[in-house]
Design a protein around this ligand. Sequence first.
Ligand SMILES: *Cc1c(COP(=O)(O)O)cnc(C)c1O
Length: 367
Amino acid sequence: MKGAGGAGRWIRPEIRELAAYHVAEAGRYAKLDAMENPYPWPASLPPALVRQWQERLAELELNRYPDPAAPELVRGLRRYMAIPADAAVLLGNGSDELIQLLLMGVAGEGRRVLVPSPGFSMYAMISRFVGLPCHQVPLRPTDFSLDVDAMLEVIDREQPAVVLLAYPNNPTGNLFREQDVERILDAAPGLVVIDEAYYPFARASFMDRLRRWPDLLILRTVSKLGLAGLRLGMLVGSGDWLGEIDKIRLPYNISALTQATAAFALEHPATLDEQAERIRHDRDRLYRQLAARDQLEVWPSAANFLLLRCPSGRAGSIHRSLFRSGVLVKNLHGSHPLLHDCLRVTVGTPEENARFLEALDRALGGD
Ligand SMILES: *Cc1c(COP(=O)(O)O)cnc(C)c1O
């Protein structure tokens, strides 16, 4: 229904200007655009475990609201993610929701967010939703490392309430240098969030440094590990911060189905861990294969995706050609000056990666 209602008048102009978040339909495509694990869960579990999981779900009382504290799931997460005993944990409906909650918690007159760029698009987008100006400091153009001096200058001048760093960074795939991140932690006047969404593929973390910086929070998710459909993320850090952010959380944000399934998955993590290892191996192989094509530039990655640069002016046509061949990747050209002519491809199954390379070669030879 389309009418002459009041949306055009009452929705804030900065929201009306935005385009709705676009999600490509998967269908029969090799879906290499959203950093998902390509192996289906629960279908990749041994059949006996699939039955156990189904039995666990059948016991749930879905007529009741879920337990907001999700104690069983939190125990499983603490064990699986080696969360220090004295750190608090706050669960979100995906880590996106936690970013939203913490930015809502600090938003107000004179408050600002600082992020390096190019970075995870949700940081700037959610800042905008909650009315926070978001300062973006460019990464260094050749290797996408942090320009620490520029970051420190903005920290000094703007006194940001929150600094958000993805570690490894999306869409560039690199881990920032530890000493660069530590200089930012030393200088920041407010909260510093290190988003470790790609931890299963990078296995580098600041979790062991929570005690040293009381205003550091670590963000994790089960999405990239292989459970994106559950929508479960977690913030880890001081109870002071998390207790305040928890007040904004809607009381039943983690469904009973998600709680039970995630707890079960973390009791039986072998399949997911093996898949992460396979993906790391296939990522390095795909990196070498792309690096061997002299028309392309490709960057090393600690995540489950690779950033590549096409010959000048051709990213759009190569993206379309891949799409016609049934391969979905992300076209980043136009999203940031440092990403000109760039595509981002998620590491899929070996068959999907081969299909991508074949389609890419056709596209590169084609026009
Ligand atoms: C994919 C991604 C997320 C999304 O996490 P959800 O838990 O699925 O909301 C968070 N941070 C970064 C950097 C990502 O790339």
